[in-house]
Structures are given as structure tokens and as C-alpha cells.
Design a binder for this molecule. Structure first.
Ligand code: COA
Length: 347
């Protein structure tokens, strides 16, 4: 018997229908398919429709994940949404998702750790389950970066895309689920990747809008350098914390920002291609949504099985980073809960 922890009971994703290819971008920007592909691996990305936003995409991803888990919305104890592109400054996007799902007994809040946010949210959901506070937590990563990139800045707008992914976490006393997590932050380098305007530091005004201060600013080269350094480090840390070796790892699912960053990390770790998941060519960088979308697609492609040893590793604005060691499974329908679902606050 192992200690109570959180296992992955369901997974779901949503990406907008509107596909924007590199060629589409080259019609309005001084860029090319060749430049974008060779520097980043990105071929196309999804852009939300005018009737869509982070909460609506997150709600669909969450509903899909609950369906896979065969969990009713009323049985969710807490909805955590990792996002840095919320619908509003307040309320949290998670409140909108909770209402949209009909998760009437759930608490809800957002977590902002930018592109690392999903792994942070998983760690928090897992901790609450371990502590006995919740039994069922819906963890969602959702972003609408198309609304905060400067479509005139070729150095940033080509990199990002929109979408949402979700996992249902449930309490288990079996040897599945989140085994270890590591997180970190270096706020002294916050200026490398930020949106300067629109917060309490620089509230919206005519001049912030004129100066395009509500859009993403990035030092791409420095962020690249940071990413290729931090990814192998946190992967090794979390593998050791889980009691694994690199040979034990079945699938490495890193934040999908740039294929060169992922390949560089895999090379320095000595992980062969078949153990490295990549789908950045389809969606670009969807920030907090990239890891759960990647997990859904890895499962659909038959690359995740009951008992697979998976490493999740995120990095991004903050600077921030987070990694988890996860034992995938068991497949929904094969296992019961250690207790009936409920809301700890109402027990
Ligand atoms: N199309 C064509 N040229 C472009 C371009 C584009 N979309 N974007 C930038 N360029 C130009 C630059 O203006 C620069 O021109 P210059 O030399 O005349 O000034 C040139 O390409 C080279 O720029 P450089 O920054 O050296 O390219 P790079 O090889 O470092 O690649 C990034 C740029 C952004 C792809 C790369 O730095 C990167 O991926 N960084 C990490 C970004 C990231 O993942 N952020 C999110 C983290 S969560």
C-alpha cells in the first residue's frame, strides 16, 4: 500500500478551429515558412474565434476530461485554471469554468505561473489531495495568446497559439499518479518575457495603448538560453526525487515552445527521440495549455499506457519552472476511488 496521492483519471483538450499557417503570416509580416520552421519547428497555430476566450476553451477541455474520467461535474471539489491570459483581471477564469461546467460544489481559482502554470497547478491539486482537502480536482491549462501578442512584431507573434487542455486528478492509494514535483522561480529576470501594461504597475491609458504596452515583450535569445539550461536540470531533479533513473522514463513531455529547446534538452539528457513528445509544429506555444494538450495527443497516438513513467517539464515567464514525475494510468474504468467523491468543505 502506498500513500494517498493524485492519479490522472481523465484528460481532454480543445483547440480553436481556425488554423493560421506560417504562409498565412508571411502575407502580412516580413517572415517566411522556412525561417519559422527552422528556428522553432512551428508550422501552424490555432487562433481563437471572436466568440471564444480562455474560459470558453477551458470549459470544453474540462468537460472532455470529465467525460473520459466518467466523473460528474457535481463531483468535482476544485477547479484550478492555469492561465496568464484570463478573460478578466477579476473574477478568476476558473470561476467562469466552474459555472460553465455546472461544478456546483467546487471551489475555483486561477494560477498564474505563465508557461509553467500547468505543472504548478498539478502540484497544488496533488498536494490538496494528499492533504485530504479534496478528492477530485479538475486542473486546466488554457490560453488565448492571440489577444496579447503584437501581430506586427514578427519576433514574437509567430511563436504563440491558443488552446486548452485538462486533467482530472483523483485520490488513489495505488502506485499511479504524481510521484514528485520540483518548482522554481527567478523573478530577478522578469523583464525577459512580460506584458508591461494593464496591471497595477502601469494601468491602461491612452499612452499605454499607443505604445503597445499591453502586448508580449520578449528577449528571445536570453529566454532560449534559460530554457535549454533549466529543462535538463529540473528533469534530472524530478527523476531523482521519484526514485527513477533516466532509463526508467518512457515519455518526456516538455513545454512545447520550440522544438530546438526540446531537442537540446533531450540531447543533454541522452533521451532518444521515441521517448520525447513533440507537437509544437501543430499549435505553436500555447503556454500553460501546451503540456495537457501534448498529453492528450500522446495518449491518442498510443504513446502513453498504464504504468508509463512520464516527466512533465515547464518553463517560462517569471522566470519560472516546474517539473513532475507522473505514473500514467490506470485507464478509466479499471479502478475505484478510495472513498466516494465529495467536497471536503461540505463533509
Ligand atoms: N521571420 C524572419 N526573421 C525574423 C523573425 C521572423 N519571424 N523573427 C526575428 N527575425 C529576425 C530578427 O529580427 C533578427 O534579425 P537581425 O539579425 O537583422 O536583427 C534575425 O531574425 C535573427 O534573430 P535571432 O534572435 O538571432 O534568431 P534566433 O535564431 O535566436 O531565433 C527565436 C529567435 C525567438 C526563435 C529564439 O530566440 C527562441 O525561440 N527563443 C525562445 C523563445 C520562447 O520560446 N519563448 C517562450 C518561452 S515560454
Amino acid at each position: 500500500m502506498v500513500a494517498r496521492r493524485a492519479r490522472v483519471a481523465g484528460w481532454g483538450k480543445y483547440v480553436p478551429a481556425n488554423v493560421v499557417t506560417n504562409r498565412d503570416l508571411s502575407e502580412t509580416l516580413d517572415t517566411s515558412d522556412e525561417w519559422i520552421r527552422s528556428r522553432t519547428g512551428i508550422a501552424e497555430r490555432r487562433v481563437a474565434g471572436s466568440d471564444e476566450a480562455t474560459a470558453s476553451m477551458a470549459t470544453i477541455a474540462g468537460r472532455n476530461a470529465l467525460a473520459v474520467a466518467n466523473v460528474a461535474a457535481e463531483d468535482v471539489d476544485c477547479v484550478l485554471v492555469a492561465t496568464c491570459t484570463p478573460d478578466y483581471s477579476m473574477p478568476a477564469t476558473a470561476n467562469l469554468v466552474q459555472a460553465g461546467l455546472g461544478a456546483t460544489r467546487a471551489g475555483a481559482c486561477d494560477i498564474n505561473a505563465a508557461c509553467s502554470g500547468f505543472v504548478y497547478a498539478l502540484a497544488l491539486g496533488d498536494s490538496c489531495i494528499r492533504a485530504g482537502l479534496f478528492r477530485t480536482v479538475l486542473v486546466i491549462g488554457a490560453e488565448t495568446f492571440s489577444r496579447i501578442v503584437d501581430w506586427n512584431d514578427r519576433a514574437t507573434c509567430v511563436l504563440f497559439g491558443d488552446g486548452a487542455g485538462a486533467l482530472v486528478l483523483r485520490a488513489t492509494d495505488e502506485d499511479y499518479g504524481l510521484l514528485a514535483t520540483t518548482v522554481g522561480s527567478d523573478g530577478s529576470r522578469a523583464d525577459l518575457l512580460l506584458v508591461p501594461g494593464g496591471g497595477s504597475r502601469m494601468p491602461a491609458s491612452a499612452s499605454t495603448i499607443e505604445d503597445r504596452l499591453h502586448m508580449v515583450r520578449m528577449d528571445g535569445r536570453e529566454v532560449f538560453r534559460f530554457a535549454v539550461g533549466v529543462l535538463p536540470r529540473i528533469t534530472e531533479q524530478v527523476i531523482a526525487a521519484a526514485g527513477w533513473t533516466l532509463d526508467d522514463v518512457d515519455l518526456f513531455v516538455a513545454h512545447q515552445a520550440n522544438v530546438r529547446i526540446i531537442q537540446s534538452a533531450a540531447r543533454s539528457l541522452g533521451l532518444p527521440d521515441e521517448k520525447v513528445y513533440v507537437n509544437v509544429h501543430r499549435y505553436g506555444n500555447t503556454s500553460a495549455a501546451s503540456i495537457p494538450i501534448a498529453l492528450c495527443e500522446a495518449y491518442e497516438e498510443g504513446r502513453l499506457h498504464d504504468g508509463s513513467a512520464v516527466v512533465l517539464a515547464g518553463f517560462g515567464s517569471g522566470l519560472s519552472w516546474a517539473a513532475s514525475a507522473l505514473r500514467w494510468g490506470p485507464t478509466p474504468g479499471r479502478v475505484g476511488l478510495i472513498a466516494p467523491p465529495g467536497n471536503a468543505f461540505q463533509d
